[in-house]
Design a protein around this ligand. Structure first.
Ligand SMILES: [Zn+2]
Length: 458
């Protein structure tokens, strides 16, 4: 039954919990985009002896038990494998999380001047409440790809000496009509324009914009046209922080789903070699439907398994389908935790609570489970067995009341490939807001759950 897990912790549990959460807070602070997450993950993987799959292919090198491989898909998604002692066609234990988060993307032609102000026009990405993004310090993260093939990383607004950017709001004194609007209309998509400058270069027309362009040229060798081949994301500026006087929670941007991505990656790195082959997938584009080359729907992951099977000596195509149909996967994604301030959209008996452990979601979807992955009872029974034998605190939840809404994850994608998949992650307050909140005890239980799953699921 549901209990607050803090009461079960001994001193050594709390010091382990703090180590995991301190490392997570650091990782979250520097990994705000999918590209940054891939970059920082690879540096952790290489320290642990992981090698790129391309390396094996180029050197015509076969794989053995204990080999550790990473596959980098365009710098925005990763597939990881540690070859187990058992035959790979008997299946793998897979953790999968997404590393994209809701944000504002710059449009292709973003820069304009209006009445002495220079702005960058944006197009929001993922499900956001637009009114939450005004009057916040914002940062620019991303890359500019030049015609000569060079790719320049951009990160402005995170260093204390950096400037920040922002979207203005109307003062309440003049907001009488604005405040009568529905919340969805208070700030509209085309109103999310980032203020980035006000000092003119000279007395000519559009001199504020020209000044911005001269700074871009000087600091980033960038012309206005280079925005055409840039991917720049506008995200909240600043680091993740401990939250609450008791420091029992963490506030940070992009915890959906970096909280599951980090704990999955950390578990995967800490577990090392197992009897079964273990795998971890960190993918992009979940927030817009898992589409595209770097999303879960891409054949990238299955292609990687084909390559792995071939390097293990399995040339027949049945090896991959056998491997998949015998595999188990935790789709590590966040859940909407019970919030007493918004209790009317939650079914208390089927909700997840802070400090009650990792959350399993048998099915997600909306209305009549539309778009859901519905995990089988037999699979859930096996998981319960592993969780109980390792004394891991877990809870089973739905995403809010039946008709209140709903949501999706990457779970259905590999389920469609005949893998046993269930959603399993961390509860979040203020999900999809610029600053989301999680509970440290749940982060710790998720980490332990992923370790147990990788080691023991069979
Ligand atoms: Zn999300």
């Amino acid at each position: 039954m549901k209990k607050n897990v803090w009461n079960q912790y001994k001193e050594e549990d709390i010091s382990f919990l703090n180590r995991i959460c301190d490392d997570y807070r650091e990782f979250l602070s520097i990994s705000k985009t999918e590209r940054e997450t891939v970059y920082h993950s690879i540096s952790l993987l290489e320290k642990k002896g992981f090698r790129s799959l391309d390396d094996y292919i180029e050197n015509n090198q076969s794989l053995q038990a204990g080999d550790k491989i990473y596959v980098n898909n365009r710098g925005k998604a990763l597939a990881l494998f540690v070859i187990g002692d058992e035959d790979i066609t008997k299946g793998m234990n897979i953790l999968g999380a997404h590393i994209d988060s809701p944000r504002l993307d710059l449009k292709a032609t973003p820069l304009y001047e209006e009445k002495g102000f220079a702005y960058l026009d944006t197009h929001y990405y993922g499900g956001i409440k637009k009114y939450q993004w005004v009057t916040l310090p914002l940062a620019l993260h991303g890359v500019v790809a030049f015609k000569n093939g060079e790719v320049l990383p951009i990160c402005i607004g995170e260093d204390e000496k950096d400037p920040v950017f922002g979207i203005t709001d109307l003062l309440p004194h003049l907001g009488k009509e604005q405040l009568k609007k529905e919340a969805e209309k208070v700030i509209e998509g085309e109103g999310l324009d980032l203020l980035i400058g006000s000092q003119p270069m000279n007395e000519e027309e559009d001199a504020v914009k020209k000044h911005i362009l001269s700074i871009l040229k000087e600091k980033y060798q960038m012309d206005e046209d280079d925005f055409l081949s840039a991917e720049i994301e506008v995200v909240p500026a600043g680091r993740a922080r401990d939250f609450g006087l008791d420091r029992s929670m963490i506030m940070g941007y992009g915890q959906d789903d970096k909280v599951c991505a980090y704990t999955s990656l950390r578990a995967f790195l800490d577990v090392d070699r197992c009897a079964r082959t273990t795998s971890c997938i960190l993918v992009d584009k979940e927030e817009i439907g898992s589409v595209g080359a770097t999303g879960m729907e891409s054949s990238f992951y299955e292609n990687a398994i084909h390559e792995i099977c071939a390097l293990l000596g399995y040339m027949e195509p049945t090896a991959v389908s056998r491997c998949l149909s015998h595999s188990y996967m935790l789709s590590s994604d966040v859940n909407a935790a019970y919030d007493p301030l918004y209790s009317d959209v939650m079914d208390e008996r089927n909700a997840s609570f802070f400090n009650q452990g990792v959350v399993f979601c048998k099915y997600t979807g909306s209305r009549g489970k539309s778009g859901s992955n519905d995990a089988s009872a037999e699979f859930l029974a096996k998981i319960r067995n592993v969780m109980d034998s390792e004394k891991i605190a877990f809870q089973i939840s739905e995403l809010g009341k039946v008709d209140a809404g709903g949501g999706g994850t990457i779970a259905y994608v590999l389920a469609n490939r005949n893998v046993n998949v269930v959603d399993c992650g961390v509860g979040v307050l203020s999900m999809h807001a610029p600053w989301e909140v999680t509970a440290k005890a749940d982060i710790f239980e998720a980490y332990k759950c992923y370790v147990a799953f990788l080691k023991q699921m069979r």
